[in-house]
Ligand binder design. Structure first.
Ligand code: AMP
Ligand code: ZN
Ligand code: FE
Ligand code: FE
Length: 293
């Protein structure tokens, strides 16, 4: 039986593995296919593609966009993206700038609280364009200002804690449009974790292609529920570990094994969409400006 992990992070966002290390874990576990889904970036995909090719693993270019619909935070996974797509690159660069500014605001809040964290130490540790709260947490641990990552989140960084700063998010509908115009499929990430059930029908109407039924933080009952929802709305099914590196001594990769038949279905959908776009060539040459500002 062939398996895939379609939700993975590297050092290009808030994971701790390099693409080569991640591909190495995938090879060790015998995965047939892997997708890289770093937050708001596709930068790691070239190295991940090369590392997967060397290990005989099929690689899918992906990204995880932080978005919202009706004030609900929704993470949208994009798969089979054209990593050179200029509109995609321009838009995600804007959200990377938002992430960087948010790190400055979180550091300023911490400083006001009397926690002497230097913002440059966070950027140095993150060493990527798409920094996030885990980098602030790791910098706090490194500076000896908290004893572990849990303490950093519990005391300062969790929602509504004193150093938490809300993040400007793109609309989920625009996020899906961004993914589609870059040739990709748009999938709702971990609906059980973000409690996004109420927005599923609206996003399906707006073009949602799939739903992540299998995820480390989904119980068996949750996965079954989302499989039923996938069936009801005719959505493609995905799954992944959401591995960010070592977590409590071992990596999450290997904990979720998506049967490869779902990868086949994703590929068929991408192919049929490409051939449709090819026959109605107007779409590629459409002179109208994008609605994405
Ligand atoms: P951000 O995108 O900057 O808001 O950071 C979100 C990331 O922080 C998630 O992808 C998780 O990896 C991590 N995270 C969120 N909440 C916690 C928590 N309570 N403890 C540890 N990590 C967390
Ligand atoms: Zn993350
Ligand atoms: Fe997520
Ligand atoms: Fe993720």
């Amino acid at each position: 039986m062939k398996f895939a992990d379609l939700h993975l992070h590297t050092q290009f966002s808030d994971g701790t593995f390099t693409p080569e290390e991640l591909a190495g874990h995938g090879a060790r576990l015998g995965f047939a296919a892997m997708a890289l889904t770093d937050h708001d970036t596709v930068e790691g995909c070239a190295r991940m593609a090369a590392a997967c090719a060397a290990a005989g693993i099929e690689f899918i270019v992906g990204a995880e966009l932080t978005a919202e619909h009706d004030h609900t935070e929704v993470h949208i996974l994009g798969y089979f993206l054209d990593s050179q797509n200029q509109t995609l690159l321009t838009e995600i660069a804007r959200f990377q700038a938002v992430r960087q500014q948010r790190i400055r605001e979180m550091a300023a809040r911490l400083n006001e609280l009397g926690v002497p964290l230097e913002v440059e130490s966070v950027f140095a540790l993150a060493n990527c364009r798409s920094p996030g709260r885990p980098h602030v947490a790791r910098a706090l641990v490194k500076a000896g200002l908290v004893s572990n990552l849990d303490e950093a989140f519990e005391r300062f960084l969790k929602k509504s804690r004193p150093a938490w700063v809300p993040k400007a998010r793109m609309s989920a509908v625009e996020g899906m449009e961004l993914i589609h115009q870059a040739g990709g499929l748009a999938v709702m990430a971990h609906p059980g974790l973000n409690r996004t059930d109420d927005v599923i029908p609206a996003l399906v109407d707006a073009g949602l292609d799939g739903i992540e039924c299998f995820h480390t933080k989904h119980s068996t009952a949750m996965s079954e529920r989302y499989l039923e929802i996938a069936d009801k709305f005719q959505l493609l099914i995905t799954g992944g570990s959401d591995c960010h590196g070592f977590s409590k001594g071992k990596p999450l990769i290997g904990g979720v094994k998506l049967p490869y038949e779902h990868v086949e279905k994703l590929k068929s959908r991408v192919e049929s969409r490409k051939s449709k776009a090819g026959t109605g060539a107007a779409s590629a040459l459409d002179p109208r400006p994008s609605t994405l500002g």
